[in-house]
Ligand binder design. Structure first.
Ligand code: TXA
Ligand code: MG
Length: 354
């Protein structure tokens, strides 16, 4: 099961109240050591029984994931946390109470039941309780916690639809539960609670502002702003290039009119060189750019729209065969911090400030 070359089954499931039959079939696959892609409220995950070392290794293999990048363990209730992590500090209880189920991953001291394949030898484990009814139903049906990274090939934008999962992993995984679009569109926020004060390792669906309102001051890992690669970040995943379409991405960041002016200038230069250029912009810039491919990623008025469409839009540029994507930045506040983190990584750190 889970080997390359076999077909990948896709089963449609109701996102609000998932039918028990598909959940049971997927749970059977998981209990037998298979790997199953499933929707969460952030992105699709590629799940394996977190207690089954061999199944977990299959996840790394299917994704082509570097062996030093640990997986998040997904649970269906708060009670399950104490079986995989501990001691659990009071601050963790507060965050679970306030933000679970939801897009927040807590890094806690790991208990020995979690195999090294999950944590990649770290003494800690990332734990999260997702909010999506299909994810919760699947974990409950499987009766085991699920180790699940995003269900994309390593380095590609995370999948927000089952089609994206198949685009990357068809034939490499056993099953995908298709419940349509995920919602939040960016991955969970990752907070390390093994240090004091807590440290933000990855910005995501829960904003820093919301965390600070609950906890007071936290520290922010320097990789969060997305430009530092290659050193030894506390969250190993942050050192890899990520989220990239096949085209080269250049982010331009600053006040809207300045961005528009600079992007128009760059467009002209690239087109003069005969390059096929695309622009990724907000609805507010509709009609501004004379490029062959202009894709809107949402509206600045509501950053949740940009978060939910960002990865899908990055993938769409590949279908248009562009060589260069010029992308408008957004202010790094609220969800904007996570959006800029992913955009900066997609651009391999190439951000032009105007
Ligand atoms: O929203 C999400 O978190 C999605 C859905 C499927 O739940 N999952 C996801 O997983 O984004 P993945 O594997 O693509 O990203 C996990 C991130 C990586 O940056 C990894 O390095 C970090 O979490 N991480 C996991 N365990 C860790 C640990 N023990 N210490 C530090 N960082 C950890
Ligand atoms: Mg990922």
């Amino acid at each position: 099961m889970g080997s390359q070359g076999e077909g990948t089954r896709a089963i449609t499931v109701d996102p609000e109240s998932p039918e028990s039959e598909p959940l049971r079939r997927a749970a059977d696959v998981l209990r037998q050591g298979g790997i199953v892609a499933f929707p969460t409220e952030t992105v699709y995950g590629l799940g394996a029984n977190a207690l089954d070392e061999k199944a977990v290794r299959r996840v790394f293999e299917a994704k082509g994931r570097p062996a030093d990048n640990p997986l998040i363990v997904h649970v269906a209730s708060r009670g399950e946390v104490s079986r995989i992590a501990g001691p659990i500090p009071p601050v963790a209880e507060r965050l679970m109470e306030r933000f679970w189920p939801g897009p927040l991953t807590l890094v806690l001291p790991k208990l020995p039941v979690i195999p090294d394949a999950v944590s990649c030898g770290l003494p800690s484990v990332g734990v999260r309780m997702p909010r999506h009814p299909v994810a919760l139903g699947l974990i409950a049906a499987a009766g085991v916690p699920l180790a699940a990274p995003s269900a994309n090939l390593s380095g590609r934008p995370s999948p927000t639809r089952a089609e994206h999962v198949l685009e990357d992993l068809e034939g490499r995984i056993d099953l995908v539960l298709d419940a349509g679009e995920t919602g939040v569109g960016l991955e969970s926020t990752v907070v390390d609670l093994t240090v004091d004060p807590p440290m933000l390792l990855r910005p995501g669906g829960i904003t820093v502002e919301a965390l600070v309102a609950e906890l007071g001051p936290i520290t922010i890992d320097r990789t969060v702003h997305g430009t530092e690669f290659g050193e030894r970040p506390r969250s190993p995943g942050m050192k890899y290039a990520h989220y990239a379409p096949k085209a080269k991405v250049i982010v331009v960041d600053g006040p809207v009119l300045h961005m528009q002016e600079r992007i128009a200038g760059l467009l002209y230069e690239f087109q003069a060189e005969g390059r096929r250029v695309g622009v990724m912009c907000s609805g507010e810039s509709r009609g501004v750019y004379a490029a062959p491919v202009v894709l809107e990623y949402g509206t600045r008025d509501d950053l949740t729209t940009i978060a939910s469409d960002l990865f899908g839009t990055l993938r769409a540029f590949d279908r248009h065969g562009v060589e260069v994507v010029l992308a408008e930045g957004v202010p790094s506040e609220g969800l904007g911090l996570a959006i800029m983190n992913r955009l900066t990584k997609a651009a391999g750190g190439v951000v032009i400030k105007v």
